[in-house]
Ligand binder design. Sequence first.
Ligand SMILES: Cc1cc2nc3c(=O)[nH]c(=O)nc-3n(C[C@H](O)[C@H](O)[C@H](O)COP(=O)(O)OP(=O)(O)OC[C@H]3O[C@@H](n4cnc5c(N)ncnc54)[C@H](O)[C@@H]3O)c2cc1C
Length: 405
Amino acid sequence: MLGHINFEDLELKFGYSCMPNRLHYYSKEENDFRMEVREWCEINVVPVAEQIDRNRDKELAVKTLKKMPYLDMTIPKEAGGQGKAILYRTILGEELTAFSYALAGVYGASSCLFAGPIIEFGTSGQKKKYLSGIGNGSKLGAIAITEPTGGSDAIGGMRLRAIRDGDHYILNGEKCFITNGSVADYLCLYTITNDQVRSHKGMTAFIFETDTPGFEVVKDYKHMGRRGMPNSHLRFTNCRVSVENMLHKENEGLDVLLYGLDGERTFTASQYVGLARSAFEIAYRYAHKREQFGKTLYKMEGISFKLAEMFMDIELNRIAMVQIARMLDNGHYLRATVAALKAKIADATVRITQEAIQVVGGLGYTEEYPLERYYRDAKIGQISAGTSEIMRYLITREMVRMWGK
Ligand SMILES: Cc1cc2nc3c(=O)[nH]c(=O)nc-3n(C[C@H](O)[C@H](O)[C@H](O)COP(=O)(O)OP(=O)(O)OC[C@H]3O[C@@H](n4cnc5c(N)ncnc54)[C@H](O)[C@@H]3O)c2cc1C
């Protein structure tokens, strides 16, 4: 009878061994890209993923990410990037997260959430100045929306104020939970520029350079998961930002904020797929090796059905994600559909990472296996980029918009 199985003895090529390498719903080019990213992650991420988590090592996370050759993937060709679409970003999101969710978070905040609005709304000067560094890994970006007074109601609760002073604005206020906040060179920063109207009509986006006097990192939060991904509380005291750094138009920051939201949420969904996949693969392999009562765990329906449930969630959510990404790339408006995907896969990933520990038993609960990390990591999917409740709220609103009462 086989005893406990060491993680190394699973003969698992970490992150992807038992899922088919080439999936029929991707084209050859897309599958080739999946394989290429995996190979890069195996060489560059596997040796550091655990250290980044255990030591909350943000420097190592940033250093590793800056070497990644896909940082310019979504930056348009005219700004020196590869100009790839949303589908490619979901492939990258799944693969990178299968190895390290922390790294995928640093990537997402910089290359998607910071760069995205500049790609769409930036002047040619702004694009040239701020995107090339993001694309070549010499600079990092972040997006700063959330404040202590404005979480789910980010816009209604926004208090960070920008007051015009000649050809500058003077900023005062705070932002919290900002991914990359303590390591970013630039922020896509949302502020109130007119407090006499509803904040939806008085908000403006700026590109903010973090070496500006008066900018302060109050602290990095210590999270239960995604450790090593810096996430910070920031303070702005009389910070001066040039009018030239305004993104889009004064008081029209809502356009910037709403732009690309569906693409971003589809990207976050791809991260949850990657995390769920890694947990599933370990549980699957373990169940085939571990014996109790004279047979492998996989021969017991109480276990194999758990694995079948995991497969159902991963496979169907991934197919939905690929279809949604293709439709977004073709210009469809899919607010409710994307919210449904994000909420569904976030909930499923919490379940899958938890059940994977159950399949492995005591060892799954230890640091001998990365499953406890995946379980800790999974929870954030139900909170960031809009909570699971807010996804449902959005869906109720969209249903009325689409079909009336
Ligand atoms: C790890 C991490 C990374 C993040 N990265 C960033 C970032 O890079 N940039 C950024 O700007 N922000 C970021 N955030 C902030 C994140 O978007 C917010 O935490 C999130 O939107 C929820 O806001 P809150 O935490 O203030 O919770 P609250 O809004 O206070 O919500 C508390 C609870 O009430 C529920 N709730 C609130 N309103 C409703 C409603 N109308 N109906 C039903 N339930 C409701 C929520 O779903 C939640 O369960 C990050 C957060 C974390 C933890």
